[in-house]
Ligand binder design. Structure first.
Ligand SMILES: *Cc1c(COP(=O)(O)O)cnc(C)c1O
Length: 422
């Protein structure tokens, strides 16, 4: 029998891959906690928690047990006209955790569809009121997913190129940094004045796909405030930042002015199942209540609120602030800070940043998004038994909370070694 990587080539088309360049896909046959194993049983430390999802570790026994129990009781039913306990319990648990202006949970099945629902909610919110608003506001270099609405809001042109003529209308503003808050506020004020804006959509505090770029909480707070003054809905895309990544449960917890709509996916189900939610305030929900049927939100995905995903999410939330996980979250942040202080002075490093369990290291060499140097670093990490995916000029680490001290140290040592190869 040929090995998996060879069989893969016959029929599979991978995401974010130029197959002409003929890269081998590394075949993973099993995983446990922070470790992945390939078909030769070689192990890799999952330094990015499989795209920020498996925060409690791969094949987490507590979550697997909760899902197994659920699977044997109620596998799946549709969520229109029917309801079930896992969805109800998850909504109750999320309400305890989310900013307290959130009141309702709408279920979807992945990050992009959570964003689509949020955008449609915002557009219909005004439509139901007899107002046509046709513009969204979003940050430069934001990433919100790959479906059309989400892609429209995304500002990373490497993904959007061929589709630019077919997107929703979006006005872009820079992210607020310490030294440009007034400038960005003025730019937003102008956008608000010159367009009929329905929503401001943003990744709060950290732009993941852009290269773990940070912005000012105080600045974002001011922008949300300005939108609210102009009766424009604010949508926080917490698909990446949600569930403790930034130190608090949600990045929105750093804001005084809370978003009207919040999107969650990725770590929501601890990587166990594709599921997402779009939560909203009572005021947003109320705008859809009417004696006219069509003013309801006529949007659905077949697998909305899948009981297995809900069971995984409930178990994950139970772990999030458990003493064991909290201890690791605190440890990872302090270890990141110590390593960042050391590596900051390396000749190939321009700057470092840490927030919660996110560590980003910007290189002062030019690196194309999917170029040779990026591939060389990626291959070096894989050779060394560490899964890291450099983004643009940035190497970042976002490990599962359960990573051991020795595994985290190995990631740092591997990065230091990689910097010597540039
Ligand atoms: C991953 C991501 C998305 C898209 O989620 P998918 O499940 O991949 O569709 C949207 N927004 C942010 C911030 C993300 O990190």
């Amino acid at each position: 029998m040929e090995n998996l990587s060879t069989r893969d080539k016959k029929h599979l088309w991978h995401p974010l891959t130029q197959h002409k360049l003929n890269k081998r896909q590394l075949a993973i046959i099993k995983a446990k906690d922070a470790l992945l194993y390939d078909e030769d049983e070689k192990e890799y430390i999952d330094g990015i928690a499989s795209w920020y999802t498996v925060m409690y570790g791969h094949c987490n026994e507590y979550i697997v047990a909760a899902m197994t129990k659920q699977m044997n009781k109620l596998d799946f039913v549709m969520f229109s006209g029917l309801t079930h306990e896992p969805a109800i319990e998850l909504s109750e648990k999320l309400m305890e955790l989310l900013p307290n202006n959130q009141a309702k949970i709408f279920f979807n099945d992945n990050g992009s569809t959570a964003i689509e629902a949020a955008i449609k909610m915002a557009l219909q919110y005004y439509h139901n009121h007899g107002e046509k608003r046709d513009t969204l506001i979003a940050f430069d270099d934001g990433f919100h997913g790959d479906t059309f609405g989400a892609m429209s809001a995304s500002g990373l042109s490497s993904y959007n190129g061929p589709f630019e003529d077919f997107l929703l209308k979006v006005e872009r503003i820079p992210t607020p940094q310490k030294d440009n808050i007034d400038e960005v506020k003025n730019r937003l004020a102008l956008v608000l004045q010159e367009n009929k804006c329905a929503g401001f959509i943003f990744e709060p505090l950290v732009q993941g796909a852009a290269g773990m770029k940070f912005h000012s909480a105080k600045g974002l707070d001011a922008l949300v405030d300005l939108c609210h003054d102009n009766d424009v809905l604010c949508i926080a895309d917490e698909v990446m930042t949600g569930f403790g990544k930034t130190g608090k449960n949600f990045a929105s917890d750093y804001l005084k002015n809370k978003p009207d709509i919040i999107c969650l996916s990725k770590a929501l189900t601890a990587g166990m199942f594709p599921l997402s939610i779009t939560s909203c305030s009572q005021a947003v929900y109320d705008r859809f209540l009417s004696d006219e049927v069509h003013k309801g939100f006529f949007h659905a995905h077949t697998f909305s609120a899948h009981p297995l995903g809900c069971a995984a999410a409930i178990a994950g939330i139970e772990l999030l602030n458990s003493p064991e996980i909290l201890e690791r979250r605190t440890y990872i942040e302090s270890a990141h800070v110590s390593y960042a202080t050391i590596i900051k002075t390396h000749k190939n490093v321009s700057q470092t940043r840490v927030l919660g369990v996110i560590l980003a290291i910007d290189l002062n060499v030019k690196m194309e998004r999917y170029g040779n140097l990026r591939d060389k670093l990626y291959d070096f990490f894989i050779e060394s038994g560490v899964l890291l995916r450099p983004l643009g000029n940035t190497i970042y680490v976002l490990p599962p909370y359960v990573i051991t001290t020795a595994q985290l140290q190995k990631i740092y040592d591997t990065i230091t070694a990689a910097l010597e190869t540039i």
